[in-house]
Design a protein around this ligand. Structure first.
Ligand code: CA
Length: 230
């Protein structure tokens, strides 16, 4: 079965270029031109990946992404942001996007990232552990539902944050370098900076640690990387 990609983009030229290229790579591409249509299609159909423009008619890409995650839809999202808008990247990741790419981008980079996002096992297809949940401090991770609760309250994690947390748990006690995390969790270390790891670790800490600035579980090992001790 071809992987299905939903393209939410209002620029006709880019829609055509992207659709043609992705189709020639063997993907099945559906495109919609505004945020409302994008959200509806994403919620009502199964896609393997969503390419989501930020500036869209009716509902912007940030809102679409946030609403998807609120509906517990964990389809990987790659946001297409305007060039150099760091704030877009940070906001996109905070709202649950898995990756972002600044326009204009090289098609080859987009394809590499699409492939990397699709190659990652979605949460429900991750290797089954014997335990169905894992608890550390006030945090409970339900592997079957791919849900995380903190002191009983649901914590909204992006698919990437969830994978990162799972990787930490599966390798608890080990010092993990940023490169290792990029290789194992992101899967395309050549294309993103190790700063990306720091950004995501920071978000994850904000969501699961009592004091993100004084983490108890995801520790910084200076000069080496991170270590999960939950
Ligand atoms: Ca646009």
């Amino acid at each position: 079965m071809n992987k299905r990609i939903l393209l939410v983009e209002d620029e006709p030229g880019l829609v055509m270029t992207l659709s043609d290229r992705l189709a020639s790579e063997g993907y099945s591409v559906e495109s919609v031109y505004d945020g409302n249509a994008g959200l509806l299609r994403a919620l009502n159909e199964n896609f393997d990946l969503i390419l989501l423009d930020v500036m869209l008619p009716q509902r912007n890409g940030f809102d679409v992404c946030r609403d998807l995650r609120r509906h517990n839809n964990q389809t990987p999202v790659m946001m297409l942001t305007a060039r150099g808008q760091i704030i877009d990247k940070v906001l996109g990741l905070k709202l649950g996007a898995d990756d972002y790419l600044a326009k204009p981008f090289e098609m080859i980079e987009l394809l590499a990232r699409v492939e990397a996002l699709l190659r990652r096992a979605p949460a429900e297809q991750m290797p089954v552990l014997s335990a169905e949940s894992y608890q550390f401090g006030p945090v409970q991770v339900d592997y079957r539902r791919a849900e995380v609760r903190r002191a009983g309250a649901r914590v909204e994690l992006s698919a990437l944050e969830y994978r990162l947390l799972r990787y930490f748990i599966d390798h608890r006690g080990e010092t993990l370098s940023r490169d290792t995390l990029l290789n194992e969790v992101w899967g395309y270390n050549a294309l993103v900076s190790t700063r990306t790891v720091d950004v995501h670790v920071a978000w994850l800490r904000q969501k699961i640690e009592t004091h993100a600035r004084h983490p108890e579980y995801i520790l910084t090992v200076h000069g080496l990387g991170y270590k999960f001790v939950g």
